[in-house]
Design a protein around this ligand. Structure first.
Ligand SMILES: Cc1cc2nc3c(=O)[nH]c(=O)nc-3n(C[C@H](O)[C@H](O)[C@H](O)COP(=O)(O)OP(=O)(O)OC[C@H]3O[C@@H](n4cnc5c(N)ncnc54)[C@H](O)[C@@H]3O)c2cc1C
Length: 420
């Protein structure tokens, strides 16, 4: 038995693996080339409960743990990163802030349709002037009657077009920096209403849609091509006071907490990519002959794939451990940042290594590894770049060692030296 995984975890992983092999693998290349959003598979994943894995049953979810969710993201990522990020952005970014910081009324109103996959969700933090420095938010929310009027724009928002329920940050008290930022729940209709009606998910007439919220055009990207990434615009968008999420002025800090858990999801997606690349390269090199022998038999190829396999094992421990800490209510920000940066860099190494081991075939779209390489790159950037992850980790290291970054000594030792 695996140290982290129970029989239920393994059964869930097997179920998702079967679904992904049957329904995702055959269409992944076409989706990558066309950039089409996979609505039919979204409906199938909704029916399997994959949009509400760790959500309590009474709020429409499966009531499973965080590790179960991580396994699903990893397994989907093995076959197609776009499917995986659609689930992950919806779950950790769009829905979890409402679960974690919402009132009872907000949870009962917005979580069940998200958890059941009736509509998709997303999270609007990034702006043209606020990327790594999210405290640079310019989107403004001003009090207006019994509500707030929001103006501004978010960029690079996953599910912005296809989704209907969003959590977005806006400045409510200018001049207070991060402490002047709040977050709001806003709804807008999906851009694919007719497709949503045809597949039976994606649009809910009864949501409180806000006039003045609209999605921009789809971004042209090098990877995650079947994931929907757009701007999200707020033009005199008025939301009632009961759609302020959490306390006023706590939007920034709550989003930082949300990103901590999101990073475990990106780590899992990256692991899936690395595993998919390893499997493809292993199958190919065993079957491909050069110099009268399978390419696999060249020791250099075996060494490369052995290194990738070892890295995957290390990444899995980091990722499952971060999820385990989260499930057990323990601090996990450092571990999530470590898992995210290690696994995303591993996904790049693994996909590049797989292409090299497969030669020219790996470079063509006849095999999925070139797509996996393009899909892996954004994992080093999204949900906080890997430079930002290293900053988070470095700060935690000083905290744990109780070293004051200003004086360079453990506060206790400084006090002792001063005779305290
Ligand atoms: C496909 C895609 C999907 C996305 N989905 C979402 C989403 O759903 N919601 C959302 O809110 N955002 C989303 N994003 C935005 C993403 O989180 C940001 O792109 C990311 O945080 C980096 O911000 P930036 O692009 O502005 O880069 P910048 O902040 O401009 O960074 C540029 C470079 O400077 C480096 N840098 C910046 N500050 C420092 C520092 N202090 N120390 C060292 N190096 C530094 C960075 O590491 C990077 O290499 C998405 C982006 C993409 C491309």
């Amino acid at each position: 038995m695996d140290r982290y995984l129970t029989a239920d975890h393994l059964a869930l992983r097997e179920r998702v693996n079967r679904f992904a092999r049957d329904a995702i693998e055959p269409v992944a290349r076409e989706l990558d080339e066309s950039g089409r959003f996979p609505w039919e598979n979204v409906k199938a994943m909704a029916d399997m409960g994959l949009f509400g894995i760790a959500v309590p049953k009474e709020l429409g979810g499966l009531g499973l743990d965080q590790l179960s969710y991580i396994l699903v993201v990893e397994e989907l990522g093995k076959f197609d990163a776009s499917h995986s990020i659609t689930v992950s952005a919806h779950t950790t970014l769009g829905m979890s802030p409402i679960l974690n910081f919402g009132t009872v009324e907000q949870k009962e109103r917005f979580v069940p349709p998200l958890a059941r996959g009736e509509v998709l969700g997303g999270f609007g933090l990034t702006e043209p002037g606020a990327g790594s420095d999210a405290s640079g938010t310019r989107t403004r929310a001003e009090r207006d009657g019994d509500g707030w009027r929001i103006n501004g724009s978010k960029i690079f928002i996953t599910n912005a077009g296809v989704g209907e329920i969003f959590v977005a940050t806006a400045v409510t008290e200018p001049g207070r920096g991060a402490k002047g930022i709040s977050s709001f729940i806003v709804c807008k209709p999906t851009v694919d209403e007719s497709i949503a009606a045809a597949v039976g998910c994606g649009h809910l007439e009864t949501l409180p849609f806000t006039d003045g919220v609209r999605a921009g055009e789809k971004e042209a990207k090098m990877g995650w091509c079947a994931s929907d990434t757009r701007e999200l615009h707020f033009e005199d968008a008025w939301v009632p006071s009961d759609q302020l999420l959490g306390e006023e002025g706590r939007g920034f800090i709550n989003f930082m907490k949300t990103l901590d858990s999101g990073r475990i999801g990106v780590a899992a997606l990256s692991l899936g990519l690395a595993e998919g690349a390893l499997e493809t390269a292993a199958r190919y090199t065993v079957g491909r002959e050069q110099f009268g022998q399978p390419v696999w038999d060249f020791q250099q190829v075996q060494f490369k794939l052995a290194e990738i396999a070892t890295d995957i094992e290390a990444g899995r421990h980091l990722t499952y451990h971060a999820a385990w800490l989260m499930d057990h209510g323990q601090p996990f920000a450092k571990e999530a940042a470590m898992a995210k940066y290690f696994c995303s860099e591993l996904a790049m190494r693994a996909t590049l290594g797989a292409i090299q081991a497969m030669g020219g075939a790996g470079y063509t779209s006849d095999y999925p590894v070139e797509r996996m390489m393009r899909d892996a790159k954004i994992c080093e950037i999204g949900e906080g770049t890997n430079e930002i992850q290293r900053l988070v980790i470095a700060r935690k290291v000083l905290e744990e060692l109780r070293i004051d970054p200003v004086v360079g000594e453990a506060p206790q030792r400084v006090m002792e030296a001063a005779g305290a």
